[in-house]
Design a protein around this ligand. Structure first.
Ligand SMILES: Nc1ncnc2c1ncn2[C@@H]1O[C@H](COP(=O)(O)OP(=O)(O)OP(=O)(O)O)[C@@H](O)[C@H]1O
Ligand SMILES: [Mg+2]
Length: 218
């Protein structure tokens, strides 16, 4: 049984065919690198995966249940998308890291926040900082930490290390690898061909809106 399955999924917007007849199964525990030229449809595929948009044709299933039967907000807690361009809100880093607790009506657990900041080799001094003064790489990591406070079952990473130096890329890759070892299924869009092969067990290649291949590499 696939954890996530696309059956003949197409997506059309403004009369433009963006994804064409995609059929693919993602297995529990997969670490999949998603590759393909700019504009080929990778981010659109992720937006479908977390129900930010719906297929024009075809069906998507999570644990064999059609997406149409899920509340999108509930589904996004299981299938979480970390965006290509980080979207931070309100005013401080702390506002962003409190947010996952507040939407779940839970008390803020600062030990979880501190542990994640430590894992990313960022310290608590970031918490009161304004989001307007963060670098692109800092924003990417805060956005990723926000997604990991309540770990999803499937994590969709859209070029999340594009603004990071080598050292921080390595830190993030290792955190993601550990999460995968703990059972979280990873889909990671990257334009870096070395990165795509480092930890992935499969490479999903998209070209011109079509699934070109799903290659098993490990
Ligand atoms: N809502 C939309 N309406 C019309 N066209 C769209 C829409 N969303 C995306 N597109 C187009 O669909 C194509 C695929 O976009 P997408 O963002 O999925 O590409 P991508 O593979 O993620 O590219 P990149 O590597 O540059 O991030 C692009 O040509 C884009 O301009
Ligand atoms: Mg994209």
């Amino acid at each position: 049984m696939s954890l996530l399955e696309f059956k003949n999924v197409s997506y059309i917007s403004n009369n433009k065919s963006i994804l064409k007849d995609i059929s693919v199964g993602i297995d529990c525990g997969d670490f999949i690198s998603v590759v393909g030229p700019s504009g080929s449809g990778k981010s659109t595929l992720f937006r479908l995966c977390c129900q930010l948009i719906s297929p024009s044709n075809g069906n998507i299933f999570y644990k064999e249940i059609p997406y149409t039967e899920f509340d999108p907000i509930e589904l996004r807690r299981q299938v979480a998308y970390c965006f290509q361009i980080p979207s931070l809100f309100e005013s401080t880093v702390m506002d962003n890291l409190k947010f996952p607790f507040s939407i779940r009506n839970k008390r803020v657990d600062s030990t979880i926040i501190k542990k994640l900041l430590e894992d990313f080799k960022m310290d608590s001094e970031y918490l009161p900082r304004s989001i307007n003064n963060l670098s692109g790489g800092e924003s990417q990591r805060i956005s990723l930490i926000r997604t990991l406070i309540f770990p999803p079952k499937i994590l969709l990473l859209d070029e999340v290390t594009s603004a990071l130096d080598e050292k921080n890329t390595f830190i993030v890759e290792n955190i993601i690898k550990s999460l995968n070892e703990e059972g979280i299924t990873i889909l990671w869009i990257t334009h870096n061909s070395e990165q795509s092969k480092r930890y992935a067990n499969k490479i999903l290649s998209i070209e011109n809106g079509k699934l070109k291949s799903l290659e098993v590499i490990k």
